[in-house]
Design a protein around this ligand. Structure first.
Ligand SMILES: [Fe+2]
Length: 263
C-alpha cells in the first residue's frame, strides 16, 4: 500500500488516495482495505480512475468474496426515479438502517461508486454503533440489551417484509457488540413507511420515548461521519458495525451512486 496514502478521519473513517496519477480501482488490494475497515469502519477511495462500466466495479467487488445478488442483479443504481414506489428513489432523506435486514444473509460490506455527485446535500451519514455503545450509560445499556424489534415494510422495492431483530447483536467477524436498528418511517412523511414493534421496554418507557432517545444518541456528532460525495469516489463500509442513511438533496439533481453488496 506504499503507493497510496491513508488519512484517518474524525471521529472515524479513512481516506485512501493514490500517491500518483493513473491508478485504477483494480490496483487496490481488497485485503488492504479490509484491514483498514477493521479500524476505520468506512474507507473512501478518492482520486482513482472512475469505472466506466458496472462490470469493472463488480469484478473488483468479487475479489472481496461472494456478492449478494438482488432481483435487479449485483449492482443497485441509486438515483431518483420518475415515478418512485419507494422513498429510497426520491430526493428525500433516508433515515438510519442497515442493509440486508430483510435479506436471507446480511452483507458484510457495501461498495459504492459515485457516478455523479449531487450539487448539494445527498450526503451519506454513517453511525459507528460501537462508539454509540461505548458512550451509553450502564442503565440504558441494560435496557437496550433486553429489546427486540419487529420491523414491517411493504415490499415496494427489492426489500421489505417482516423481520425481528435484537437491538444489540454481535458483529459476526469481530465479535464486538453492535446496534442493529432501523428508524421508523412515518406514513405521513415517507412514500413507503416502516413500522416498528418494540418488545422488552420497561414499564416506564414508551416506544416513542425510546425512539427519541436512540435518535439523539445515533445522530450525536461524536459517532457520525457525513460523507459528501465527489464524482468518482468509491466508499467501502462495514455494514455490520455501522448504520447509514442519507440527507435530502435537491430534487432534479443528478445524484447517481452504484452499490454492490459483499456477503
Ligand atoms: Fe441502505
Amino acid at each position: 500500500m506504499s503507493t497510496f496514502t491513508v488519512t484517518p478521519g474524525k471521529p472515524f473513517g479513512a481516506l485512501l488516495e493514490p500517491a500518483g496519477p493513473g491508478r485504477a480501482l483494480g490496483d487496490v488490494e481488497p485485503a488492504a482495505v479490509r484491514e483498514l475497515l477493521t479500524e476505520h469502519r468506512v474507507v473512501v477511495l478518492r482520486g482513482f480512475h472512475p469505472c466506466e462500466r458496472k462490470e469493472e466495479l463488480v469484478d473488483w467487488a468479487r475479489r472481496w468474496g461472494p456478492l449478494l445478488s438482488w432481483s435487479f442483479g449485483d449492482v443497485l443504481d441509486l438515483e431518483v426515479h420518475d415515478d418512485p414506489r419507494d422513498y429510497v428513489f426520491t430526493a428525500g432523506p433516508v433515515p438510519y438502517h442497515w442493509d440486508g435486514a430483510f435479506a436471507e444473509q446480511v452483507p458484510g460490506h457495501q461498495i459504492f461508486q459515485c457516478v455523479k455527485a449531487p450539487a448539494a446535500g445527498g450526503e451519506t451519514v454513517f453511525c459507528d454503533t460501537g462508539l454509540v455503545l461505548d458512550a451509553l450509560p450502564e442503565d440504558t445499556r441494560r435496557i437496550w440489551e433486553g429489546l427486540r424489534i419487529t420491523y414491517r415494510k411493504e415490499k415496494t422495492a427489492h426489500y421489505g417484509g417482516t423481520v425481528t431483530a435484537d437491538l444489540i447483536q454481535t458483529h459476526p467477524h469481530s465479535g464486538e457488540p453492535v446496534v442493529r436498528y432501523a428508524e421508523p418511517l412515518d406514513p405521513e412523511t415517507f412514500l413507503s413507511p416502516l413500522f416498528l414493534d418494540v418488545e422488552g421496554l420497561p414499564g416506564e418507557l414508551t416506544a416513542e420515548a425510546f425512539f427519541a432517545d436512540i435518535e439523539r444518541r445515533l445522530y450525536d456528532p461524536q459517532v457520525t461521519y457525513h460523507h459528501a460525495w465527489q464524482d468518482g469516489d468509491y466508499v467501502i463500509t462495514d455494514n455490520h458495525a455501522l448504520l447509514h442513511g442519507r440527507t435530502a438533496f435537491t430534487a432534479g439533481s443528478a445524484r447517481h451512486l452504484r452499490r454492490v453488496h459483499v456477503l
